[in-house]
Write a protein that binds this ligand. Structure first.
Ligand SMILES: Nc1nc2c(c(=O)[nH]1)N[C@H]1C(S)=C(S)[C@@H](COP(=O)(O)O)O[C@H]1N2
Ligand SMILES: [Mo]
Length: 381
């Protein structure tokens, strides 16, 4: 068991399970969910950075943290619908393929689920299951092309050693990507995050980076990629898992699995990271509203702010982002005109004409929740 002081850095952790209290010390600012699996999110105020520091980055696990051994021992197998099955070491990948870095938002499809009424199954995330980081690795396309993608390959299936809580025979999660996304230049097998070695908590030694796709598609502790002749059907790929209804389904209505499609691109969204809920401002004085806007495959088009609970909206400039998959910062000055309660809101829109809904839109599993956030405060005379 590791006993050394480990706050903020898990690169010194042995690649074997350690006790949850020690893992909690790694990210002291986060709120840990009361679950057996390790899940934690930052308060929104810790997300006021263009690049989310690793210490503030949420953690999402569907199962037990796996025993992963050392990076030197790690192996990644490529098999299924390929001409030449392969087995790679991390060093081998780095030596053989070009290393690239991409800035991308990672957001859990369940982020914001706690806003839904009636509540749905699943972890009751606040608004913090999102972050934007620098991801370094090799292109998944390069690795697959080296193995020779057969024309029969339509999907990837990703595998990892983590197992469901109390069910050692069952993978915790085994998701995949449509072959077009697997071969897209932004999709990586990553070994670095924010210029550091990819932390074990974030899937080190190797994870999938699938910019614009839900976090569930960003397989951690990747040790096998199997090319599939059909949509992958691994753990959490079936039924209503990480799927949205094609035709809307209301609370309590029966669920027909045929009416559900796998979530691919995430919807347009924004986050106000300052001021924080419960803020105080002085009448007649200006205060700063800042945050970020992002979108999945469809480019971001703009963001508007309201400081009167949604009666009036004003477009605010978006700072340039680091490429199409990073979030973009906005900073605006607002004057508090009247004493009393105040509600600040931000609403992002994408190039296809989609805007964040003003109210949450319910779906059976509470995914892809992107309503306009309301930050309440008080204006003091
Ligand atoms: N092997 C494995 N990969 C996984 C998961 C998991 O439980 N096991 N959870 C997924 C989900 S649902 C999310 S949102 C992201 C979270 O990544 P993070 O913990 O680095 O923030 O990892 C994904 N990759
Ligand atoms: Mo997730």
């Amino acid at each position: 068991m590791a006993t050394a002081a480990i706050a903020g850095d898990d690169s010194r952790l042995p690649y074997r399970p350690v006790e949850t209290p020690l893992l909690r010390q790694l990210k002291p600012g986060l709120r840990f969910h009361e679950e057996v699996a390790l899940n934690a999110e930052p308060p929104v105020s810790l997300l006021d950075h263009a690049i989310t520091p690793i210490d503030f980055f949420f953690i999402r696990n569907n199962g037990e943290l796996p025993e992963t051994g050392t990076e030197q021992d790690w192996q990644l197998a490529i098999d299924g619908e390929v001409e030449r099955p392969r087995v790679w070491t991390v060093a081998g990948l780095k030596e053989r393929f070009e290393t690239v870095t991409i800035t991308a938002v990672l957001e859990c499809a369940g982020n914001g689920r706690s806003q839904l009424e009636p509540a749905t199954d699943g972890l009751q995330w606040g608004l913090g299951a999102v972050g934007c980081a620098h991801w370094t690795g090799v292109r998944l396309a390069d690795v697959l092309e080296d193995a020779g993608v057969k024309p029969s390959a339509v999907y990837t299936g990703h595998h990892s050693p983590d197992r469901q809580i109390g069910k050692p025979e069952k993978e915790a999660l085994s998701r995949g990507l449509p072959i077009v996304k697997a071969l897209a230049p932004e999709t990586l097998i990553a070994f670095g995050m924010n210029g550091e070695e990819l932390p074990r908590l974030h899937g080190g030694p190797l994870r999938i980076v699938a910019p614009g796709y839900p976090g569930s598609a960003w397989q951690k502790w990747l040790d096998r990629i199997s090319l599939r002749p059909q949509e992958h059907d691994g753990e959490k790929m079936r039924g209503t898992d990480y799927r949205l209804p094609i035709r809307p389904v209301g609370p309590g209505e029966p669920l027909d699995p045929a009416n559900f499609a796998v979530i691919t691109d995430m919807p347009v969204k924004s986050l106000i990271s300052a001021p924080a809920e419960g803020f105080a401002a002085k009448r007649g004085e200006r205060f700063k509203v800042s945050g970020f806007a992002w979108s999945g495959a469809v480019p971001l088009a703009g963001v508007a702010i309201s400081s009167d609970g949604g009666a009036n909206w004003q477009d605010v400039p978006l700072q340039p982002g680091e490429g199409g998959f990073a979030w973009r910062r906005f900073e605006a000055e607002v004057t508090a005109e009247r004493a009393g309660p105040i509600v600040v809101m931000a609403r992002a829109r994408d190039a296809a004409g989609n805007s964040q809904p003003l109210e949450p839109v319910w779906n059976p599993r509470g995914y892809c929740n992107n309503p306009v956030q309301r930050v309440g405060g008080t204006v003091i005379a």
